[in-house]
Design a protein. Structure first.
Lengths: 501, 605
């Protein structure tokens, strides 16, 4: 019973929550918040239980056939549960944040309903056991995030949401074509059955390579690989919790996670390397990292700069995949989590500045460190982590990427990493300088664009606490990386269990 | 037992400054509004005391923390103990000095100046943070902790450099930060490449493996230049003369005394010094270090004597001294067999220069606010560390002897002679510093004297004494520097005598025929200014290209959008034709039916 129960129960917590939220009236604030939080906590509990079970060697899987030779498979493997753990943990914080953020704004029922659906699809993506199931939830994610991006209903938001939909639906189509082609070639491949494709002979090489790049093009839109990243900075008009969710957990990560699954669980690292696919991935990722860092430099709006930073950071995951060898894999998997922790912190903080002080542009941040010290501290933690300074988690990712690159025989990647660190420093340090060192309205220079006093502390505690919590997580996950169940340790465990080439 | 004491002392040494940082916002929250508090109280100035205790009481040993980063290993051994002791002493006395130095800021804050209060609070937080980074990098043996300490120290010190917030301070801070970030990048590249090639997690694995690693020289080059930014290698030294004059005096003292040594510590920790396997591969790099170091040692002296601000002169003197240190480290690469006898001399040199330069910097502040003492005594006390740095007496004499003995032993008397030439430059720089201070001092005396018991003069006096007496108290740490035999003394005094003679000659010459140097004097930061101009020109030149590039990109996107629109309109056309079909379906059916009927008719016929 327990084998099938847990994946279904985990998935249905958010699905049921979504259904009930749609049924609840708009004004039922307490019931909706309570339900949201309860579902989030319950889901963390379920995922934690599965983590415990998995480390003791239990299996959690459920499947039923949909068509002849095509099955719907939900299975919790260490890699999937890692992503599920990230999404359920960050969902809790984002829910808390969203409750505070959307206080007194219209259409909260619609927002939280689709919000829960979005998380349900992310969870489905993480637990999917084959490409077919993956694709179902992947498309569900696309559809459930559209209303979130368009939430404000302004012409700009609608335009951005339409653009988003056009990009992602087209990508979904490409993905489906690739998937069908793969299915025709090899049948239903469960994630982890790497031997199926590995047995194909040399005459199928070309086909396999072509299908791979088609699938990468499909995943690459959500993962924001240059030149398919165009929707991402535009989607910044969404409310802050949505941006946080989009960038740290749901959409962008789903794309990166898809690439992880494709390389490690469908093709297998050895086959990908033998077909010469990994070097291509590393090159694309390097180009993305450098290009988007340069673009980020030119942005003057805080959230847009963060968006380009996401494009760059998510490509670290792809870069890690491109480095053949266990260390690159560890880097890729742990950066999935690390980037999530840091980026969600940054977006929470950006949202706090916008809500409390009406700040959207970087040059309005002067002196905000004195006015909102805790938020600014959390922001600094996230920013320094992005630059890759220890003891924050970003350093660990960079470390493993670097030594993974050397061991994969691609030392030029180190130059990319260093250049990216310098660029990150160039676009984050001026922000920190403005926060902490420039005199601002509190010292009598200028005025805040639109100051509101939302709470007893520097801002409402609903907004402040999630940012602090995720910042604390990104410090602790780096500082105590050697502890069991730290992201790095879990990634190492996944690699040593399954992916050691 | 001694291991437990070591562990406790080590953790206390690193955590105590951090605890003092946390105390600052707590105290600020506890004091009621309107009440004014001086954040640099006496408890605040105890930040480096546990580290000093660690250096004095800790036994040799290591502390492993498996949960920390990638696995932490912190070690205390003989060189680390010396470095730790002098750094903690310098930090402690400079912190105490700062309590007096920032009294003016406190008074302004008391008078209700918000900006002053903010600056004080910032100083109170960043000072212990920088200290904790400095201490961590000294005890760290694992690469991650070392890099952590280095980065924390580097970035936290930025806030100390720009403390005053003036335009010059911001320029100095910008130079500091840009160079520091470049250095961090080079170090990161070197460490990642090295650690990746060797699968190393600790500095000693890295150092030993680097000797034989493929591309080891390139890794070594990255590390030399990366740490060279801190250690003022010629060409990368630009930030020193820009940042030192603008930083608050106690911050300049620790910056020039303790923090730049982190670069030398970095070299000693990562480069394969004394590894005989490195003898062939690293000779080129070692020679480069040696030559660049010597050129820096002499060139910085020439640039420094043209400066007007005593702290800028002292900054160039630091570049010059660090050049000598780099030359010695380079010798260790060229002749690995010499390194075992040279290494203690380098450590001693670092400690001597750290304390003496600290005393000289604090002396600049003393010259600006002279204490109640006779002028001759003040002049003597200001001159003593200068003479010590020139190698005439005190710790300078012992240090010079330490490395000269090692060099003579290895048959490197040419290098020893060059270092003596650099010592002439040091003497000139010291003469220039004292002259600049002398000119400012007369005015300061008219402004009023401070009591001798105030933190500033007391901390300065203690630092002068402990710097001069370094060879006397170092034996308590288990290191006993030797004094040179009396017949060697002239070998140490001739550079100073020559320097004094040259300085007097130059002074006389300028007194007789005043030079018109306005505009010809090299500015502090020498190459920084042409480089900055060059970059702004380059930026101006590339900006139109960037605009063009953006236009190309826009055109490309537009082409795609147009393609998409064309596709959509084709779909629309299809839809319209379908509508047309639907509308005329009946007629069409009729036509088709008639056509079929006709066809049937004719086919049967």
């Amino acid at each position: 019973m327990s084998g099938a129960f847990f994946p279904i129960a985990t998935l249905s917590t958010s699905l049921v929550a979504a259904a009930i939220i749609f049924l609840l009236p708009e004004g039922a604030f307490r019931a909706r918040s309570g339900l949201n939080l309860a579902a989030a906590v319950l889901k963390i509990g379920l995922v934690a239980w599965m983590v415990r079970g998995l480390s003791q060697g239990q299996t959690y899987a459920v499947e039923f056939p949909v068509l002849e030779g095509l099955a719907f498979v939900l299975r919790a493997d260490p890699l999937g549960i890692m992503f599920a753990g990230l999404s359920s943990l960050l969902w809790l914080f984002t829910t808390i944040y969203a409750i505070g953020y959307l206080e007194d704004s219209p259409n909260r029922r619609r927002f939280f309903g689709f919000f829960s659906l979005c998380v349900a699809s992310t969870l489905g993506i993480s637990l999917a056991g084959n490409l077919f199931t993956f694709l179902i939830f992947y498309e569900l994610l696309t559809l459930s995030t559209y209303p979130l991006v368009a939430h404000r209903g302004t012409p700009k938001a609608l335009a951005a949401a339409t653009l988003y939909l056009r990009f992602t639906l087209a990508a979904g189509l490409v993905l489906m074509i690739g998937m069908v082609a793969l299915h025709t070639l090899a049948g239903d491949i469960r994630f982890g059955q790497r031997e199926i494709l590995a047995e194909f002979g040399a005459e199928q090489r070309g086909t396999l390579i072509a299908i791979f790049w088609v699938l990468i093009a499909g995943f690459g839109v959500k993962a924001g690989l240059v030149p398919l990243h165009g929707w991402l900075p535009r989607a910044m008009v969404a409310p802050a919790p949505v941006s946080a969710l989009l960038h740290a957990v749901a959409v962008v990560k789903a794309g990166a996670f898809g690439i992880v699954r494709l390389v490690y669980d469908v093709y297998g690292a050895e086959l990908s390397q033998a077909l010469g696919l990994l070097t291509g991935l590393a090159v694309i990722a390097s180009v993305t990292i450098l290009y988007s860092s340069l673009r980020a430099l030119a942005e003057v709006e805080l959230k847009r700069r963060l968006a380009f930073s996401t494009v760059s950071q998510v490509s670290y995951v792809v870069l890690g995949i491109g480095l053949f060898g266990p260390l690159g894999t560890i880097a890729a998997l742990s950066h999935l989590l690390h980037q999530g922790l840091m980026k969600i912190t940054l977006f929470f903080c950006a949202g706090n500045y916008a809500e409390e002080l009406g700040i959207h542009r970087i040059d309005e941040l002067d002196g905000a460190g004195r006015r909102m010290p805790l938020t600014s501290l959390a922001f600094s933690v996230g920013a320094l982590g992005m630059i890759g300074l220890p003891p924050l988690v970003g350093f660990l990712s960079k470390w493993y990427l670097g030594i993974g690159a050397v061991q994969a025989g691609m030392p030029w990647v180190i130059a990319v990493l260093v250049a990216s660190s310098l660029l990150n420093a160039a676009y984050f340090l001026p922000v920190l300088y403005r926060l902490w060192f420039c005199p601002g309205p509190d010292q009598g220079v200028g005025a805040w664009p639109q100051e509101r006093h939302l709470g007893r502390f520097e801002t409402s505690s609903w907004l402040l606490l999630p940012a602090l919590a995720t910042a604390l997580f990104s410090v602790m996950a780096g500082l105590l990386a050697g502890l069991p169940f730290s992201p790095l340790e879990w990634a190492t465990r996944v690699v040593s269990l399954e992916y050691l080439p | 037992m001694s291991q437990a004491i070591l562990a406790v002392l080590m953790i206390a040494a690193l955590l105590w400054p951090l605890a003092l940082i946390l105390r600052e916002p707590l105290m600020a929250a506890l004091t009621s509004r309107g009440e004014v508090r001086f954040p640099l109280d006496s408890l605040w100035s105890t930040a480096p005391l546990p580290a000093l205790a660690l250096a004095l009481l800790g036994t040799d040993g290591s502390l492993s923390l498996s949960a920390w980063l990638l696995g932490g290993v912190w070690v205390l051994d003989e060189p680390r103990r010396v470095l730790l002791a002098f750094s903690a002493l310098l930090w402690g006395l400079s912190g105490w000095y700062a309590r007096g130095y920032l009294v003016g800021e406190r008074d302004r804050a008391n008078a209700g100046n918000e900006a002053s209060a903010a600056r004080l609070a910032r100083f109170a937080v960043l000072w212990p943070l920088t200290l904790s980074g400095n201490l961590l990098l000294l005890v760290a043996e694992d690469i991650a902790s070392f890099y952590l300490g280095f980065a924390v120290m580097t970035f936290a010190a930025y806030g100390l450099v720009i403390h005053a917030g003036t335009r010059d301070a911001l320029t100095g801070g910008r130079a500091y930060l840009i160079m520091a970030v470049l250095g961090e990048g080079l170090i990161l590249g070197g460490l990642l490449w090295g650690a990746g090639s060797l699968d190393a997690l600790t500095l000693s694995e890295l150092r030993q493996g680097l000797a034989t690693a493929p591309h080891g020289v390139w890794i070594g080059l990255l590390l030399w230049l990366g740490f060279g930014v801190k250690a003022g290698v010629l060409g990368l030294h630009l930030w020193l003369p820009l940042a030192h004059p603008v930083a608050p005096t106690p911050a300049s003292a620790v910056l020039s005394g303790a923090m730049v040594k982190a670069g030398v510590v970095g070299w000693m920790a990562t480069l394969p010094l004394g590894e005989s396997a490195a003898a062939t591969a690293f000779v080129g790099l070692g020679r480069a270090m040696l030559i660049v170091g010597l050129v820096g040692a002499i060139g910085a002296a020439l640039l420094g004597v043209c400066q007007r601000h005593p702290k800028a002169v002292l900054a160039y003197s630091s570049v010059s001294q660090l050049g000598m240190l780099a030359a010695l480290v380079g010798t260790g690469l060229v002749m690995p067999s010499l390194w075992p006898s040279l290494a203690p001399a380098v450590v001693l040199f670092a400690a001597h220069h750290g304390l003496t330069k600290g005393a000289l910097f604090l002396g600049v502040g003393i010259g600006e606010h002279p204490p109640r003492m006779p002028t001759w005594m003040l002049a003597l006390l200001l001159t003593l560390p200068a003479l010590s740095l020139a190698g005439v007496l005190g710790s300078g004499l012992a240090t010079k002897w330490a490395f000269k003995a090692a060099l003579y032993e290895g048959g490197q008397s040419a290098l020893a002679t060059w270092l003596s030439v650099a010592a002439v430059g040091t003497t000139l720089l010291m003469a220039r510093t004292l002259w600049c201070q002398w000119q400012g001092e007369g005015q300061a005396r008219l402004d009023g004297l401070t009591p001798l018991s105030a933190p500033m003069p007391l901390a300065w006096l203690l630092l002068v004494v402990s710097a001069l007496a370094l060879p006397l108290w170092l034996p308590t740490l288990g290191v006993a520097p030797a004094w040179p035999p009396p017949d060697e003394l002239f070998g140490f005094w001739w550079p100073a005598l020559l320097g004094v003679a040259l300085a007097l000659l130059a002074g006389w010459r300028i007194h007789r025929w005043p030079l018109r140097l306005a505009g010809k004097r090299p500015p502090a930061g020498d190459l920084w200014w042409p480089l900055a101009r060059g970059f702004s020109r380059l930026w101006m030149a590339t900006a139109p290209w960037l605009v063009r590039l953006a236009a190309v990109k826009t055109a490309w996107v537009a082409w795609w959008v147009a393609l998409e629109e064309a596709g959509i309109s084709m779909l629309d056309a299809l839809g319209e034709s379908e509508t047309w079909l639907r509308r005329h379906a009946a007629v069409l059916m009729m036509v088709v039916a008639m056509g079929l009927a006709l066809a049937l008719l004719f086919s049967t016929a």
